[in-house]
Design a protein around this ligand. Structure first.
Ligand SMILES: Nc1nc2c(c(=O)[nH]1)N[C@H]1C(S)=C(S)[C@@H](COP(=O)(O)OP(=O)(O)OC[C@H]3O[C@@H](n4cnc5c(=O)[nH]c(N)nc54)[C@H](O)[C@@H]3O)O[C@H]1N2
Ligand SMILES: Nc1nc2c(c(=O)[nH]1)N[C@H]1C(S)=C(S)[C@@H](COP(=O)(O)OP(=O)(O)OC[C@H]3O[C@@H](n4cnc5c(=O)[nH]c(N)nc54)[C@H](O)[C@@H]3O)O[C@H]1N2
Ligand code: SF4
Ligand SMILES: [Mo]
Length: 739
């Protein structure tokens, strides 16, 4: 019998970054549970955390590349797969030019440092600006509002959960999702602690979610009403003389403009659009102003809506007006270990629309185009049509709006290449599928999420099980070499060297602690590791907490992280104004023009007559977007892909619990089982996303036995938030009838 060992690593499945204790016997996993000594999660995990083993062992997980031959996916060797990529891709690029290629980056790209670091290399080699990602069905409004307010789309402040006295949470359900754009393992426990220390948290949601039940107060809001309601909170703060800017005041521009902009949004004026009574609006505004510290936090239900960017902006505005920006207990910016020390320099500011999409003219945002436009960019004829597509760690056929059209568009491509462990609804269209190593076979470091974390943490995990195939950075490097014209046999070290050199060159630039040192000298100090780990090491050692390649011997190194498998806690968040600002003015620009101009659209919406029912989404603790429904222990039990309907609506529409309903929107229609519950507001119905696992050609045997329905058949790709290009996935007008 193989020896039993205990290993520690971070769960890569969601943003919470929980520590796992993994008991192994040789190369097999015996047990996974929460790591009680993890410096951040202290033993907390959710039911998904222990399923890394099931993902590893899943017989449907691809172990070798697949290529499509006569409509069937068949296994081939890695060399054959790359040769096939070259043979299919290059003629398309030669005939139609670089702009005929596009890439879609799915959510796990940010849960995997190899992908986070290497994505850019493939985009550069592809030589096309057609970049799409899951960000525009998710958090793009947050990037845009942060870009305009603070100058940088990544300068997203997070609620200082562990010190706040008052948390106002809109369209987020962390008791199911474990939090997003706010990395905080054991989010539920941290919310309870707010209450234990005498504070309060309020949930604003059209559904009485688990988070709403745990909250001190739950406000039922009309879907899409958050921006108007937040504007009303700001209005009350001004009207009642409650604005108190606090220490951030010298850094703020545009407070008076905001006063004017929110002038029309009185508590009375927004009542119909929000379903929130004026006296409640006024009381919440006063509570926010009175609280010793407070933070406003909005997520999916407030981002993937008609006024996503305005909602995101106003959440920060209300926090700012109550003096809670950049102070303990308010909204604060993390300082991830890999970030270089910042100096206050006038920034370049933030801009959108440096180019636009071919068909609908949607502006570029943060270097990408709205994924809602992907289908039409493929299926509409004309110069610049997309004919070649890479998808990396994404399932757009389930996660993006108007799936039917997107499905047909994907099928029509000249060539499609996917990096994914599954033959699923999206990759079934691919000519070549390249499977990455599963989580336990790769190292892990949360490069993205330590920048959105409620404490400054560094925690590195080693790979535990030998990978069956190449590392993901090797796969990307080989694709980049092919796309760049070097061919399928070129040495991936060429790309690895380039990626590393970019980081080392940046490290020695400027007058930071490494200025004057030579990249080659720094490189010679790197410990042996995978290519992505060497880049990570360079980032960490040159970051603010790093050892500066020997100059600060007490500082962080990858070896030091390896010796601390429960992670290193670099402390609570600290104030970062004004250095964090990169606006042109060097100040917080509260009323940047594009944002201010969009307020008129919000004002117009106040007089809209009440419409019919609208559809919203939801998440369940045992799900992870579209891709973990193949894990038996997570999907067993009660049917979860149900249409939630209020009892009075069910009576009006003639629906019975457990019966079937037909739901129709402007773009599609589907039939789903009905779940009658008073946990949802009247005139609102809810379906989770990421289901619909009955597509021909997919190979997910567990998921296909409980397929559920795909809610994105109903979402409309022409409905986007204009500033961010984000798809509107909540508040979709629908009609509902018995099926
Ligand atoms: N209606 C509606 N639609 C939504 C949402 C909603 O709330 N409502 N939510 C949106 C949100 S927030 C998001 S983030 C998107 C998600 O949208 P996507 O990112 O497109 O979809 P996922 O379901 O996360 O699919 C992830 C894919 O990555 C693969 N994968 C997993 N791990 C790895 C890995 O390490 N490497 C590689 N190469 N592949 C991997 C999985 O097999 C799967 O195919 O969906 C969005 N769509
Ligand atoms: N278990 C699990 N965890 C996950 C995921 C998962 O799929 N499953 N996905 C991960 C990803 S990619 C993300 S982005 C995060 C998302 O994390 P959260 O933002 O917490 O996501 P949801 O649980 O979808 O919560 C959104 C809530 O918004 C409400 N809502 C809908 N419309 C409106 C509206 O107009 N206004 C308001 N105020 N509320 C509204 C919905 O009823 C729902 O309760 O979760 C991550 N964690
Ligand atoms: S909460 Fe997220 S990070 Fe923690 S165990 Fe569950 S899936 Fe993993
Ligand atoms: Mo997401």
């Amino acid at each position: 019998m193989a020896e039993r060992t205990t290993q520690f690593r971070t769960c890569p499945l969601c943003e919470a970054t929980c520590g796992l204790e993994v008991t192994m016997e040789g190369d097999s996993v015996v047990r996974i549970r929460g790591d009680r000594e993890d410096v951040f999660s202290h033993g907390f995990i959710c039911p998904k955390g222990s399923t890394l083993r099931q993902l590893q062992d899943d017989p449907d997980r691809l172990r070798a590349p697949l290529v499509k031959r006569d409509g069937q996916h068949v296994e081939v060797s890695w060399d054959e797969a790359f040769a096939e990529v070259e043979q299919l891709l290059m003629p398309v690029l030669e005939e139609w030019g670089r702009e005929s290629a596009a890439i879609y980056l799915g959510n796990p790209n940010v849960h995997n440092h190899a992908l986070t670091i290497y994505g850019r290399a493939l985009i550069t080699a592809m030589g096309s600006r057609n970049v799409y990602s899951a960000s525009t069905v998710d958090q793009m409004p947050r990037h845009v509002s942060s870009g305009f307010l603070y100058g940088g789309p990544l300068s997203i402040p997070v609620p200082d959960l562990d010190r706040t006295d008052y948390l106002l949470m809109l369209g987020a359900n962390p008791l199911e999702s474990n939090g997003s754009l706010c990395t905080a393992p054991d989010f539920p426990g941290r919310l309870r602690s707010i209450q234990d220390r005498g504070g309060k948290f309020v949930v604003v949601d059209p559904r009485r979610t688990r988070s709403a039940k745990a909250a001190d107060e739950h406000l039922v809001i009309r879907p899409g009403g958050d921006a108007a309601w937040l504007a009303a909170l700001a209005n009350v703060l001004f009207a009642e003389g409650l604005v108190e800017l606090g220490a951030a005041e010298p850094n703020l521009d545009g407070v008076d403009d905001v006063r004017n902009l929110v002038g029309p949004f009185t508590a009375e004026a927004v009542e119909a659009a929000t379903w929130i009574a004026p006296e409640v609006t006024r009381r919440i505004a006063r509570e926010l102003a009175d609280a010793p510290s407070a933070a406003v936090y909005g997520r999916i239900g407030s981002n993937t809506v008609e006024f996503g960017t305005l909602t995101s902006w106003l959440a920060d505005v209300v926090t700012i007006l109550t003096g809670n920006l950049d102070r303990p207990g308010g909204l604060m910016w993390p300082t991830p270990a890999h970030q270089k020390p910042l100096k206050r320099e006038p920034g370049k500011g933030f801009r959108i629309g440096r180019r636009s999409t071919r068909v609908s003219g949607h502006p570029e945002v943060n270097g990408e185009f709205p994924v809602a436009a992907l289908a039409e960019e493929i299926d509409q004829p004309g110069e610049g049509r997309i004919r070649a597509l890479f998808t990396i760690a994404g399932n757009p056929e389930r996660s993006c709006p108007d799936s039917r059209r997107l499905s047909a568009a994907l099928e029509s491509l000249d060539v499609m290449i996917s990096i994914d462990p599954y033959l699923n609804e999206t990759t079934r269209h691919a000519d070549v599928i390249l499977p990455p190593p599963p989580a336990l076979s790769r190292s892990h470091y949360d490069l993205a999420f330590y920048g959105l974390s409620v404490r400054n943490i560094a925690n590195y995990s080693s790979a535990l099980i030998t990978a069956e195939g190449p590392l993901e950075e090797d796969i990307i490097a080989r694709l980049a070499l092919i796309a760049g014209g070097a061919g399928a046999d070129a040495d991936p070290q060429i790309i690895h060297g380039m990626v590393l050199d970019t980081v080392l060159q940046a490290a020695v630039r400027g007058d930071g602690p490494l200025s004057g040192r030579h990249p080659a000298e720094l490189e010679s100090q790197l410990v042996d590791g995978s290519p992505a780990d060497r880049v990570l090491e360079a980032m960490l050692r040159s970051g603010w907490a790093g050892d500066q390649f020997g100059a600060e011997p007490e500082g962080l190194t990858l070896d030091k992280l390896r010796a601390n498998p429960h992670g290193i806690d670099l402390g609570a968040l600290t104030p970062r104004l004004p250095q964090i600002l990169s606006t042109e003015s060097g100040r917080v620009e509260l009323a940047a023009e594009p944002v201010a101009e969009d307020v008129a659209r919000l004002q117009d919406s106040l007089d809209r007559p009440p419409g019919g029912p609208v559809l919203v989404g939801r998440r369940h603790l045992r799900s992870n977007n579209s891709w973990m429904h193949n894990v038996e222990v997570l999907v067993k039990g009660k049917e979860r892909c149900t249409l939630q309907v209020h009892p009075d609506d069910a009576a009006d529409w003639g629906l019975g619990d457990g019966g079937s309903a037909q739901i129709s929107s402007a773009v599609g229609s589907l039939v789903a089982p009905v779940e009658i519950t008073d946990e949802i507001a009247r005139s609102v119905v809810s379906l989770p996303h990421g289901w619909g696992h009955d597509a021909d050609g997919a190979r997910m045997s567990v998921a296909s036995r409980r397929p559920g329905v795909n809610s994105n058949v109903l979402t409309d790709a022409s409905a986007i938030d204009p500033l961010s290009g984000n798809a509107i996935l909540n508040g979709i007008p629908v009609s509902v009838s018995p099926a």
